[in-house]
Write a protein that binds this ligand. Structure first.
Ligand SMILES: N[C@@H](CCC(=O)N[C@@H](CS)C(=O)NCC(=O)O)C(=O)O
Length: 222
């Protein structure tokens, strides 16, 4: 079998999601480290792989897949030994899909509050409010629940945990997910669910920290 190729950066939240799920189900990925996304994913060859010009992008034996949430549901559907992370039963599956779509919107809200770190633009209160609104929603979703969708951990738990961790690198926003007790307990549950998840989260946090430090260093030298 040809190796599965992942166009990756360790500091990228959606790439982290793919790495977590691949590790959990025991799929080996051949990682291609992408430094300058616009340039390296913008070549004619790579645009064939992913016209969106983003990472993660996965190539599995000639099949090209973009969008982290599509990649992880594909990986579980095709390679996992059971369907617990992404159930085959449509009534269970739709609960996971629902949370994954929620998470995509939530992640974009989080990203909007991160952008000023790189652009130097002022942080908008309305963007902060939208993240806090998302946190209120997430806290309600978790009321009385161990996991986000159903009675077992699923790809939706990993996706949203990874999205939330990005907030740690933006302390100026004052957004603190741990203020919500359901969320705080659930994050510990997800991150403590396996050694591989914990290790991937560690790699991701270290890479984001380095990425932001390098960015600030380069900016101050200009
Ligand atoms: N919704 C996409 C987001 C992918 C994405 O925006 N990735 C970033 C890196 S974290 C990227 O490639 N940015 C480059 C660009 O947008 O030009 C996913 O979940 O895969």
């Amino acid at each position: 079998m040809a190796p599965l190729i992942l166009y990756n950066h360790d500091a990228s939240p959606p790439c982290c999601l793919v790495r977590i799920v691949a590790d959990e189900i025991g799929v080996d990925l051949e990682k291609v480290h992408v430094v300058d996304i616009e340039k390296e994913m913008g070549t004619p060859e790579r645009l064939q792989i992913n016209p969106q010009r983003t990472i993660p992008a996965l190539v599995d034996n000639g099949l090209n897949i973009a969008e982290s949430r599509a990649i992880v549901t594909y990986l579980v559907s095709k390679y996992a030994k059971d369907d617990s992370l992404y159930p085959k039963d449509v009534q269970k599956r739709v609960l996971v899909d629902q949370r994954l779509f929620f998470d995509q919107d939530f992640y974009n809200r989080i990203l909007n509050t991160m952008t000023p770190t790189f652009s130097g633009a002022p942080l908008s209160q309305s963007d902060v409010d939208k993240v806090n609104d998302g946190l209120d929603t997430l806290n309600r979703m978790l009321e009385g629940k161990q996991w986000l969708a159903g009675d077992k951990i699923t790809v939706a738990d990993y996706a949203t945990t990874v999205s939330l961790a990005a907030l740690e690198f933006n302390p100026k926003s004052g957004i603190n997910p741990a203020r919500h007790s359901n969320i705080a307990q659930w994050i510990s549950r997800v991150e403590g669910s396996s050694a591989k998840v914990a290790e991937n989260m560690k790699i991701y946090r270290k890479a984001i920290k380095t990425y932001i430090e390098d960015f600030k260093k380069q900016k101050s030298q200009k």
